[in-house]
Design a binder for this molecule. Structure first.
Ligand SMILES: Cc1ncc(COP(=O)(O)OP(=O)(O)O)c(N)n1
Ligand SMILES: Cc1ncsc1CCOP(=O)(O)O
Ligand SMILES: [Mg+2]
Length: 212
């Protein structure tokens, strides 16, 4: 399946909210135009992750927006989520493809490393992520990536490049111009007084879509 990956990719914040309150925050991001949601949770125990993931999946299914689980392939399989995001400490994309199926969205972190991007495409990834592009409050020690990686990806790969790290409505346009198909954001969406308006500010950076 060809996934139409473009627009705001909202990634959940770490604050320990209940499943219902996390889902309510994500609903606002979707109301603001988010096109893909990632459940990223490094703190909850396994039951807590299952409950939050299940609440998010219900919401995303109702909204027609895919839900990606960060790191935890077993949870993605268990929930029946739409995909998984894998970093350098996570399972191989081939294993994820085997377990989640041909239609799954499999994302792979490439940091600032072009060779990881080529390997990810070879391994069957759906998208690759580069970053951090700017200082990130969520990941202060993340390696810094150059926007030219996004341009190179658009020229040399078939899969979509996603940009992450410290992205704001003010700096996001430069990454779209460099080639990013999606902007992946935590703080700029969820750590804002009006989550829907914050999401809308990113959504507005992308060219308007024409009905197909
Ligand atoms: C879209 C997207 N890009 C990059 C990451 C970072 O993944 P990783 O390097 O595995 O770090 P953690 O997020 O697991 O701390 C991501 N989650 N999503
Ligand atoms: C998970 C991750 N990987 C690189 S930067 C980052 C965090 C992005 O969060 P923020 O949008 O708050 O900078
Ligand atoms: Mg990870």
């Amino acid at each position: 399946m060809i996934h139409h990956l473009t627009g705001l990719y909202a990634i959940t914040p770490e604050a320990s909210s209940s499943p219902a309150s996390l889902a309510a925050q994500v609903a606002l991001a979707i109301a603001g135009g988010a096109r893909l949601i990632q459940y990223r949770d490094k703190h909850s125990d396994s039951q807590g992750r299952h409950d939050r993931g299940a609440a998010l999946l219900r919401l995303c299914r109702d909204a027609g927006i895919p839900l990606i689980v960060n790191d935890d392939l077993a949870l993605a399989v268990d929930l029946g989520a739409d995909g998984v995001h894998l970093g350098r400490d996570d399972p191989d994309p081939r294993q994820a493809r085997e377990q989640l199926g041909d239609d799954a969205i499999i994302g792979v972190s490439c940091y600032d490393d072009w060779s990881l991007a080529e390997a990810a495409e070879q391994a069957g990834a759906t998208y690759i992520a580069f970053g951090s592009f700017f200082p990130s409050a969520t990941k202060p020690h993340a390696v810094r990536a150059a926007p030219s990686l996004l341009t190179e990806a658009r020229q040399r790969l078939r899969i979509a490049p996603v940009a992450i790290g410290g992205i704001t409505p003010d700096n996001g346009g430069s990454l779209i111009a460099a080639g990013a198909r999606m902007l992946a954001v935590v703080t700029g969406v969820f750590d804002q007084p009006d989550i829907a308006a914050a999401a809308r500010a990113y959504t507005n950076l992308f060219p308007k879509e024409h009905p197909r």
